[in-house]
Design a protein around this ligand. Structure first.
Ligand code: HT7
Ligand code: ZN
Length: 871
């Protein structure tokens, strides 16, 4: 496969002023007619070069220019699509082609999902529908007519419906017109036998917008939460960003076969069913919150992505990083801010940091790619959002809003770059972000080594910060980043000390040099630093805290994030010691301070229960692996298992007291306060079951038997699966399946509970699950629930010392690549980190990766990931 470079970007040779599409839907042979008003781009240069149109797996039927059939001698089918000779600077091009949605298992372009036609065009899926300049900087006004048999009563596309009627042969048609120019990746079409729920929204300026959510009839009762979330998101975007919705209708469609979470097509968002459908009986609190976040994320794209879009795919973070930042702030405003931050940082630390340290590491704005689908990464999305957050921190909320207003005003209707975004922020605030731009171009996770000193005589305190960044592929040396380091200093009483003459108790230190010193004065004793408050930059901070200092911060820091982080540091240290002792064959013993710290957190009734639940959670095995110099999987597993068990034994009474207090018999609500209580209650239940006491398992069994909502039911089932006796677990799993086999989302949960369990999800059981009638290799949700959960969450079974876990995943990747390359390339990622493992296990991992490479011709997606990982 070819490598595409950012440095090679060239303006499009031709522009498309309008795009008229006509579809005649047939599973095996859908006819597509496209009529394009083509114009030579005056900015691209002189002359009339051939018109190059992208096209993949298309059957070309005819080409006409200005109503005349073009002879085959004047165009050529080339590997990338079609090349057409051009004679004049403006003309009307008509192309007819045929495609086969039924055979499309890649879920890109036009495909069928449970008998419903739907499309996925981002990033380069439109070229699987018709010949077109499939690049985001070609923006066009689309009109779409869909003709289909009556068994597909609902026919949808972007914009507003302008016509509908019957055809002479008994079919029907609907025509849609989108008044906003857009790139082809935002095109969408849906046709099916769907039901809808409808609501309306009045914008701040008083316009009425119709809101519709479409699903299969059986799911119509599961749309209320998404609709509520959509209306909240619309209001929030008006209040926080001054952004109103711009069409008369906004539609969401739920689809079962989908490669990602959802897609922000203009006016017609298409969602993975798992990210839109929920009811208290079938969805957990985590799902309710995820739906709220994803509905908001896709809605926010209407401005950050659609009205202002990306010039090229290297700029992907322009829309994704910014939109993830926007949805994170929305979720923080709707729920607990601290808990949302902890969740996002945990994801970043485990997965994005691992990506930054691995063979596929790339900057937030990559310089090159073979397959763009591989760059929908945690770096582009989550680190990209952190970069936007840092700009917010540096400018303050007001300055950031000035910047975003200027950005939207200046670039409305354009396809722009990350540079344009930063420039708008600079211009609106009169600041210089030159050095800050390195966050877009340099990969890797910076490390801050912090030391301090205190001079008793003068009462002055000095903080020294050294920054470094490890090399990443293609980038050996890094220049210093501009890092906003949020700092507080605590007195011996645990109070925030004033840091400057204005009396500020928190400052954002501008760390810009490789080594830098910051001075503070006026202290009667040495203060204790609270560093990187709120995780103000995506970096690792090393400071030599003692256990006492961490316990002190856990109790006293006014920054909730850093209270949690102090607990994590303490747990890391304890788990590190346990790993060492395990390797040296010593008897394991948990540090008593950690037990007491957890006890006092559990007893603290002033804290948000959701925060308590987070503070009680030990760092995951994946997080411990990311932090390790060299991964010793067995030591990680044994140390963590021991610590969990020891904590559970020591805190038994407190856990039971909290469980009883929080286990209430009240109707389900997805409100933050109720979610928080359920989260702490179920954390306690899981710890209690870790003792494997019969009483605790009985509690779980009772909760499972009586649960009136899926949060409690699934938490109890998970505890039973992880700790219960085999026959009982089998029975509970069977009962659960029989009750819920009609519900696709619940069956996915049932799969992932088993595959992700270290105890239950043995390789043999996972293989049995793959043979289950409800499993479908063509459905990415099922693949993620069984194989993904095994590879990413079942640390113990995936890392079996005989390497069979790796081999299993490698085989599935090979099989999947033939059906759905995007999913195969994602599933292989856990195998790519082999260099970080201790030699025997690392070698087994490398061999499975090698077996993928040797298995035959790989897709470009999979080839890119595997070849870069084997280098
Ligand atoms: N912008 C959307 C990305 C997306 C996607 C990318 C590649 C392949 C399939 C896809 N489905 C959706 C979703 C988002 O980030 O909002
Ligand atoms: Zn997005």
């Amino acid at each position: 496969p070819n490598t595409v470079y950012l440095k090679d970007y060239k303006l499009p040779e031709y522009l498309i002023d309008s795009t008229k599409l006509h579809f005649e839907l047939q599973p095996k042979g859908t006819l597509v007619k496209s009529q394009l008003k083509v114009r030579r781009n005056p900015a691209a240069g002189a002359g009339l070069p051939p018109l190059l149109l992208d096209g993949v797996e298309l059957e070309l039927l005819s080409v006409s220019i200005d109503g005349q059939l073009v002879p085959a001698s004047r165009y050529q089918e080339i590997p990338a699509g079609l090349s057409i000779e051009v004679e004049k600077p403006e003309f009307e091009l008509e192309i007819c082609n045929r495609i086969s949605p039924e055979n499309n298992t890649s879920l890109e372009g036009l495909y069928l999902s449970n008998g419903m036609y739907c499309t996925q065009c981002e990033a380069e899926g439109f070229r699987k529908i018709t010949y077109y300049p499939d690049r985001p900087d070609v923006m066009s006004k689309f009109t779409t007519t869909i003709v289909a048999p009556r068994q597909y009563p609902v026919l949808l596309s972007n914009g507003n419906e302008i016509e509908r009627g019957a055809t002479e042969d008994g079919r029907h048609f609907v025509t849609w017109e989108d008044p906003f120019a857009k790139p082809a990746y935002l095109f969408a079409l849906v046709a099916g036998d769907l039901q809808r729920v409808e609501d309306s929204y009045t914008t701040a300026s008083g316009r009425q917008v119709t809101l519709q959510i479409y699903t299969e009839a059986k799911n119509i009762g599961k749309c209320a939460h998404a609709m509520r979330s959509l209306k909240k998101a619309m209001r929030w975007d008006e209040e926080v960003y001054g952004r109103e919705y711009d069409l008369d209708i906004f539609m969401i469609v739920a689809v079962d076969h989908f490669n990602m979470g959802a897609m922000e097509n203009k006016g017609l968002n298409i969602f993975n069913s798992a990210c839109v459908l929920a009811s208290p009986e079938t969805a957990t609190d985590a799902t309710f919150q995820r739906i709220e976040a994803i509905v908001a994320h896709e809605y926010f794209h209407n401005w950050s992505g659609n009205r202002v879009t990306c010039r090229d795919w290297f700029q992907l973070s322009l829309k994704e990083g910014f939109t993830v930042f926007r949805d994170a702030e929305f979720s923080a405003d709707m729920n607990s801010r601290a808990v949302k931050r902890i969740e996002d940082v945990s994801l970043l630390r485990t997965q994005q940091f691992a990506e930054d340290a691995g063979p596929m590491a790339h900057p937030v704005r990559p310089d090159s790619y073979m397959e763009i689908s591989n760059f929908y990464t945690l770096t582009v999305y989550e680190k990209g959002a952190e970069v936007v957050r840092m700009i917010h921190t540096l400018l303050g909320a007001e300055g950031f809003r000035k910047g975003s207003d200027l950005y939207f005003d200046r670039h409305d209707g354009q396809a722009v770059t990350c540079e344009d975004f930063v420039k708008a922020m600079e211009d609106a605030n009169g600041v210089d972000l030159t050095q800050f731009r390195r966050w877009y171009s340099q990969a890797g996770t910076p490390v801050l080594d912090v030391t301090d000193s205190y001079d008793e005589a003068s009462g002055s305190y000095t903080l020294t910060v050294r920054q470094s960044c490890p090399p990443t592929p293609g980038q050996k040396e890094k220049l210093p980043f501009h890092i906003p380091l949020a700092l507080g200093l605590l007195s011996a009483e645990g109070k925030d000390l004033p840091l400057d003459e204005a009396g500020n108790t928190q400052l954002v230190l501008p760390v810009t040099e490789a080594e830098q010193t910051f001075h503070f004065s006026g202290f009667a004793e040495k203060p204790l630093p609270s560093l990187l408050r709120g995780f103000s930059a995506p970096v690792k901070v090393r400071y030599d805290y003692s256990s006492e200092q961490l316990l002190f911060l856990m109790r006293n820091d006014s920054d909730a994030f850093n209270r949690w982080d102090a607990g994590q540091r303490l747990a890391f240290a304890a788990l590190g010691q346990l790993q060492k002792d395990y390797r040296n064959g010593k008897t394991l013993q948990l540090q008593p301070e950690l037990v007491e710290a957890y006890r006092s957190v559990l007893r603290n009734r002033d804290l948000d229960p959701a925060l308590v639940a987070k503070m009680l959670a030990l760092p995951s095995e994946q997080t411990l692996a990311e932090e390790a110099e060299r991964i010793d999987a067995e030591a990680i597993i044994e140390a963590r298992k021991f610590a969990r068990h020891a904590l559970a034994e020591a805190l038994k009474e407190d856990l039971l007291e909290s469980y009883r207090r929080l286990h209430k018999d009240k109707p389900y609500s997805p409100e933050a306060a109720d979610i928080a209580e359920r989260s702490l209650k179920n954390t306690c239940l899981d710890y209690l079951c870790a003792t494997e006491d019969a009483d605790a398992l009985l509690l779980a069994q009772q909760q499972f038997d009586k649960a009136a909502n899926m949060t409690d039911c699934a938490a109890a089932l998970a505890a039973l699966v992880n700790y219960g006796n085999e026959t009982d677990v089998d029975k509970s799993l069977e009962t659960f399946y029989e009750r819920w086999k009609v519900d696709t989302q619940v069956v996915e949960l049932w799969f992932s509970l088993q595959s992700g369990s270290a105890r239950w999800g043995t390789l043999e059981r996972v293989q049995t699950l793959m043979a289950h009638p409800a499993f479908e290799l063509k459905n990415p949700n099922k693949v993620r629930a069984v194989i993904g959960a095994f590879a990413n969450r079942n640390f113990a079974q995936f890392h079996r010392t005989d390497g069979s876990g790796f081999e299993f995943v490698a085989q599935q990747v090979i099989a999947l690549d033939k059906l759905n390359p995007q999913i195969a390339a994602r599933l292989v990622i856990p195998l790519t980190r082999w260099k970080k493992y201790s030699s025997a296990l690392g070698e087994k991992m490398r061999q499975s990766l090698e077996s993928v490479m040797q298995s035959g011709k790989l897709s470009a997606d999979l080839y890119e990931v595997v070849s870069k990982s084997l280098q």
